[in-house]
Each structure stands twice: as structure tokens, then as C-alpha cells.
Write a protein that binds this ligand. Structure first.
Ligand code: GLC
Length: 710
């Protein structure tokens, strides 16, 4: 019954809309509370008053959204606006950047964080978040790896779905729910040279095996909107790619929502050289399947004339408009358009949200190295806290911080001061040396019992338009590290970054290295909890750290090649100047404590079609205190119609063991875990021999074989 009322309402409204008002509903304009692109929308109020704007981004708070919503309600048809914003890792309470939080491998935590972000943004007048970013990437030169969930499509798919469910909840009309927007569709994470906005040239097999799965998982989880990528696919910009948006996304994947372009992507087709005019670009984009034009205004300025001339069918325009109007109905906007802008939300993170952010930060920290169990540190030691990031609250928040307030964030210094005796100095700038600061840092180190060096990237060095060809620490920071090491004081390195860094030199120098990403509002406190042992690190890398930028792009899921690496064989796949593998591989992360990984067994060497085999691995906690490990299951299809990766993550379990405890951790393997895109790119399960591998990361594995029968 309800759908009949909705359908009748929407079609009656559509019937009263002029072609220009229809184009207006597809016109997404930007406010000025944030700047996330080159073009600004000069006459925002006038366009809204005239009913020529369907949605607005970069405007939030109840007061600001109410002012614009009232203009829309006073327009000729009074169609309410949708308000969207880049809530990427929290809105007012900022949790770790997505690449950091993905290292928790904790889907429940990820979902709760997304729900918190939804609740805070909905309370701030918003209906729509441009998240989750699910672009797989194998290249940390690309600054936007900070916004994603790393290199693995299987884990990335799990995380994408968890976040969509967190944002949208069970009902879009729920006052704490917001529209998710899966981005950037598609393949944006594989630009040539790791250079943002560069071309993507990719086989269909790589699309199906690696880059498409997380988008599909997000759509299967019910994502209502998807954002097109800036790049071309097979030479056609994503925003004009009918194969991608209509034949594949809607036709094969059954996407029922609507498609918004990325910022001015419609008119950027002229830069791509695939459109000569805005009119040409608008036509191509609508015909490809795009519904809403972000900020370029080509839809508004060109579609009415294109419809009038017959170059574009009005039915195509109507279909797009109905998809947008239906979402407004589902959000409850026609029933109560001011629902989200009539109260004053908490402008500061509440205690509960801070606690969640602290939990998320704790679980995002990855212990890369801890020789001699240097960590955790004693709270009774005098600590020299040194480095250009040691007292930075802004850099602790990272890129894309929405309404986050750096003054409310905890830097490492804020966190450490509450726990131990700390002498602090910067030692250098992010990228600029300073002789005085360096001398001060050496003096501080000599006075202390132990040094904690906090080095890394500023928040501007990752995220959008922030690719780097050299992903080492800036030179002045490496110089600072050398001087501190020369003091002979015990020294722990904490790296903060939006990407995996090249830490090969640091790995040779420091006994302990903690990867702290950008941990968000509670970051300094969580870092202190881990450094001083109030919490043990549990994070596991979702993206490998290369030994050299020269290895990139790289992935643990590599194909075997016809000449697999063999140290004894000249003619095998290798470099002359570096090993093939990562310095710290996908899935790597230590904790406080030691484990013994025992035998891996399987309950049957043969798996029936549609059946199950169970792989079990024994693990013992050798420490004198409880310890937590995330055991991972990888599979390999030894012979198939196409060459298959040497291993692929297909399961994991986090276990906590008491001192001395031994557990047997079991993984069920079914046909679903063996499925892969066949030669026709359709999912297929083939009989044959498989290898199941279990271990604490993608490198230290024990294997067992089984045969899937036909
Ligand atoms: C930016 C980004 C995209 C973001 C959008 C709106 O250019 O590419 O991720 O959601 O514009 O700010």
C-alpha cells in the first residue's frame, strides 16, 4: 500500500515539473563551509529558490541547512534538498583514517564507528555521506590509500558492507541514518604511477578479481548511492561509461540506487578529450546512467535544450529524477523536511563517542617490530618525546575531517603527559631541518631514560591530490633519527602516516616500530595506552609496506608467473637489488607476548561438491599474560583455467589466549571460498587441488592440501 502511495505521489510530482526543474533535481551544488574541489557554486541561494538545485554538499549544522531548506520549500514546487558531506572517518568525533581503522579487522567496530558518524552527521543537518571509499589499491604512492581499506578485495568487501550497514541502518527514515555513497566507481585506486587522477588501464580480469568486489559488496549491503570516479576505463571516463554504469552496475549487478558524479567530473570530460562541449558531456553522462551532476552544472545548463531538441529523451531524464525523488521520500523529506535542522546538536564529541573513538584508535595501531620486547615502556621512565608530529593535534586527525575540531583532539604529547614524565621537543619540522631544534632534541634524548620518536607525514601529505614518488620519511626527519640514535639511548619509533611508508632504513635501526596512522580525536590517549602497556596492539596491516618504492605496485596476492622466484635460478622473477616481498606484509602485526604456531590439519583430504572441509591450526600463548592474535586463512587454487594468485585471504579469527593456553582454531571451507571469475568472468568453482594456509600474517603460514572433487 505504502509503495502505491509513494509511487503515485512521485509520479504526480514529476508530472508537474518543467524540464528545467527536472534538470534542477539532478544539480548538486556546493556550499562554502568546506572546499573539496576547484569550482564553487556562486549563486547557490538563487538556484535553490528557483527550484534548480536538488542537493547541496559542504553545508552542515541545523542552522545552515535550515536556511537553505526553507529556500527550497519556498520554491515553486517546494521539493526539499538532500544535504551531503565528506564524512569519511567521523563527523565531530573523528576516528582513525579508514586505512588505519581497517587494520583492526574488526567489522563490528567498523560498523559502530560508521553508525556513530551517521548519528553525528544526521544530528548536524546531513542526509548523505560520501563514504565508504572502497577503492582497492596496491600502490601507496597514491595518497588516497588513506581513505580506503587496503589491498585485499575479500577483506575490503567485508569492510565496505559493514560500513554501508552502519551508515544506513535498517531504515533511512531513522533520524540517525544517512545515505551511504560508495566511491569511486570504478578502479580509481589503480592510477598509473600512483599519481592521483591519472589514467587507469586494466584487464577485465583484474577488475573482476581485485577491484570490483568491494563495490559489489557495498551494493549488496544496500548502498543507495554510488559516486563515479575521475578516471577513464578503457578510455571512456567513468562518468560517461555506459558499459560500467548501466550494463554492468545496473544490468548485471542490479543496483537500484542512483549515481552521482565526482566533483565536476561531467565537464572534465572535455579535459579527457571525450567531449567537445558541456552539452556533449552532459548528454554522454546522462545516457551512460549518471543521475546527479556534482557542481559542474552541465546538467542544469544543457539538459533542457538537449531534451527540447530531441538529442536526449525526456524519459531518461524522468528516470533519473524519480530515483532522486524516491530517495527523498525514503529519507522522510517530503513528510518532515526540517526534521534534521530544528535542534542544536552537541557541538563536541560526547563521552560515549570519545570512548568509541579511543577503542577504534587502539585497535588501529600496528606493532611492526618489537625486538627485545622494548615495548611496552615503563611509566616510571623519563621519556623524551621527540618529533614534528609529537605535539600535533591536527595531524593526529588526518585527512578529511569533516566537522572535526583539532582543539579537541589528543596529540601524542597530550596522551603521554597524562601517563609518564615527558620531555618534549620537535627536533625538526615536517619537511624542514632546524639546527636549534635538532640540538635541543639531542639534549633532551641524553637527559631521558628512553626516547619515543614520532615521525611521519603531515595530514596534507596523503588524501586527495597527495601522491608521492618518494614514500620514505622526509629527509630532515631521517636526519633527526640518526642524531637521536647516535646518543645510544633506547629509542622507539612511532610513525604517523596516511599510507604505508618505505621504512627499510628505519627497520634496520630501531628495535621497535609502531605504525600509528592518523588515529583521530582520541589518538594521543590510545597511543599512550599501547606504548605504556595499558593496552596491547592488535592491528594487522591491510596493505603491505614495501621495501622500496621501486617494487610498486605490489600485492601479496600475486600470480605465480611462469618463472616463480627461485634464489638458485637466474632466470626467475626477481629484482637484482631487492627481494620480491614486502618489508612488512599484508596481515602483519605483532602484539605484546609470544605465540607458538603449531601444526595445521584438515578433517578430510577431499571436499565433496557443496561440502565443507575444516582446517584447524593450533596456537599456544607462550607469554606469562593473556595475549591476542588474529589467525588468517589463505587459499590457493593450484590448477585452474586461469592463473590464480599464490594465496588469497578467505577468513580470519581473532583469539585471546590466557598465559600458557593452547587453542585449536578452525576454519570451515566451502565452495563459496573457492569461487573465482572463470574465463568468461562468471563465478565458477572448479574441482582440483587446493592449498589452505593458516598463520599470523600472509607470509608466515603453514599449509595443508585438499582436493575439491567434481
Ligand atoms: C572530491 C573527492 C570525493 C569527494 C567529493 C565531494 O573531489 O574526489 O571523494 O567525496 O569531491 O567533496
Amino acid at each position: 500500500m505504502t509503495w502505491m502511495i509513494k509511487d503515485a505521489f512521485l509520479h504526480e510530482l514529476l508530472g508537474r515539473m518543467s524540464v528545467e526543474e527536472k534538470a534542477g533535481q539532478l544539480n548538486l551544488l556546493t556550499g562554502a563551509m568546506d572546499a573539496t574541489g576547484m569550482k564553487h557554486s556562486g549563486d547557490l541561494d538563487a538556484k535553490i529558490r528557483a527550484g534548480l538545485c536538488g542537493a547541496v554538499l559542504n553545508v552542515y549544522t541545523p542552522a545552515a541547512t535550515r536556511a537553505l531548506q526553507e529556500l527550497a520549500l519556498a520554491s515553486p514546487l517546494g521539493i526539499p534538498l538532500i544535504f551531503g558531506y565528506d564524512v569519511i572517518h567521523g563527523h565531530r568525533t573523528i576516528y582513525p583514517i579508514p586505512l588505519g581503522l581497517s587494520c583492526s579487522w574488526n567489522l563490528n567496530l567498523l560498523g559502530r564507528c560508521a553508525r556513530m558518524a551517521a548519528s553525528e552527521s544526521a544530528a548536524d543537518g546531513l542526509h548523505w555521506v560520501y563514504s565508504p571509499m572502497v577503492d582497492i589499491s596496491q600502490d601507496p604512492r597514491w595518497g588516497r590509500v588513506a581513505e580506503g581499506a587496503g589491498e585485499d578485495p575479500w577483506l575490503g568487501s567485508e569492510i565496505a558492507a559493514a560500513m554501508v550497514r552502519g551508515y544506513q541502518g535498517n531504515d533511512l527514515a531513522d533520524p540517525a541514518s544517512v545515505l551511504a555513497c560508495v566511491k569511486h566507481f570504478a578502479l580509481y585506486g589503480a592510477p598509473m604511477g600512483g599519481r592521483d587522477y591519472h589514467s587507469v588501464d586494466m584487464s577485465r580480469r583484474a577488475m573482476e578479481e581485485t577491484y570490483f568486489p568491494p563495490y559489489r559488496a557495498a551494493i549488496s549491503a544496500g548502498a543507495r548511492t554510488i559516486m563515479t570516479a575521475f578516471n577513464d576505463i578503457d578510455g571512456i571516463p567513468a562518468s560517461a561509461n555506459r558499459w560500467l554504469l548501466t550494463e554492468l552496475l545496473r544490468g548485471q549487478w542490479g543496483f537500484q540506487g542512483w549515481i552521482v558524479t565526482d566533483y565536476t567530473a561531467v565537464t572534465e570530460m572535455k579535459n579527457h578529450g571525450t567531449a567537445a562541449t558541456d552539452a556533449d558531456a552532459a548528454r554522454q553522462s546522462l545516457e551512460a546512467g549518471v543521475d546527479m551532476d556534482m557542481v559542474s552544472e552541465a546538467f542544469l545548463s544543457e539538459l533542457p535544450a538537449l531534451v527540447e531538441s530531441g538529442a536526449v529523451r525526456e524519459e531518461q531524464l524522468d528516470a533519473a529524477v524519480l530515483r532522486v525523488l524516491e530517495t527523498k521520500w525514503d529519507l522522510g523529506l517530503f513528510r518532515d523536511p526540517l526534521a534534521r535542522c530544528t535542534h542544536q546538536p552537541a557541538m563536541q564529541p560526547c563521552a560515549e563517542n570519545r570512548q568509541l573513538a579511543r577503542e577504534a584508535a587502539r585497535e588501529s595501531i600496528v606493532l611492526l617490530k618489537n625486538e627485545g620486547e622494548v615495548l611496552p615502556l615503563s611509566k616510571h621512565a623519563t621519556i623524551a618525546l621527540i618529533g614534528p608530529l609529537a605535539d600535533s593535534r591536527r595531524d593526529m586527525l588526518g585527512c578529511w575531517i569533516a566537522a572535526g575540531d583539532e582543539s579537541l583532539a589528543a596529540s601524542p604529547l597530550d596522551g603521554f603527559r597524562g601517563v609518564a614524565t615527558v620531555v618534549h621537543t620537535r627536533g625538526c619540522g615536517i619537511s624542514e631541518a632546524d639546527e636549534d631544534l635538532l640540538a635541543e632534541a639531542v639534549r633532551a634524548a641524553k637527559q631521558a631514560d628512553v626516547v619515543v620518536l614520532v615521525l611521519g607525514e603531515s595530514w596534507q601529505m596523503s588524501g586527495e591530490a597527495a601522491s608521492r614518488t618518494d614514500i620514505r620519511l622526509p629527509e630532515c626527519q631521517r636526519e633527526l633519527a640518526k642524531h637521536i640514535l647516535q646518543t645510544g639511548k633506547p629509542c622507539v619509533l612511532v610513525t604517523m602516516s596516511g599510507r604505508p611508508l618505505e621504512l627499510t632504513w628505519e627497520d634496520s635501526q630501531f628495535p621497535a616500530i609502531l605504525q600509528a596512522w592518523a588515529l583521530g580525536t582520541e589518538g594521543g590517549h590510545s597511543l599512550a595506552e599501547v606504548v605504556f602497556g595499558d593496552a596491547a596492539p592488535v592491528g594487522k596491516l591491510t596493505m603491505g609496506f614495501p621495501r622500496s618504492v621501486g617494487q610498486l605496485p605490489m600485492t601479496y596476492r600475486e600470480k605465480p608467473t611462469g618463472r616463480p622466484f627461485n634464489a638458485a635460478e637466474k632466470y626467475s622473477s626477481k629484482y637484482l637489488d631487492a627481494p620480491n616481498d614486502a618489508l612488512y606484509p599484508f596481515g602483519h602485526g605483532l602484539t605484546y607476548g609470544k605465540f607458538r604456531h603449531g601444526a595445521v590439519s584438515i578433517d578430510s583430504p577431499e571436499m565433496q561438491p557443496g561440502g565443507t572441509v575444516t582446517v584447524s591450526a593450533e596456537i599456544t600463548n607462550l607469554s606469562a599474560y593473556p595475549a591476542t592474535e588474529t589467525l588468517q586463512l589463505y587459499l590457493r587454487d593450484l590448477v585452474a583455467p586461469v592463473s590464480r594468485p599464490v594465496k588469497e585471504l578467505r577468513g580470519y579469527q581473532r583469539v585471546t589466549l590466557a598465559a600458557g593456553e593452547t587453542q585449536v582454531v578452525s576454519f570451515q571451507i566451502t565452495d563459496a571460498n573457492l569461487s573465482f571469475p572463470g574465463r568468461d568472468f562468471q563465478p565458477v568453482v572448479e574441482p582440483g587441488d587446493f592449498e589452505a594456509m593458516v598463520g599470523p600474517n600472509s607470509r608466515d603460514l603453514r599449509a595443508v592440501r585438499f582436493a575439491r572433487l567434481s
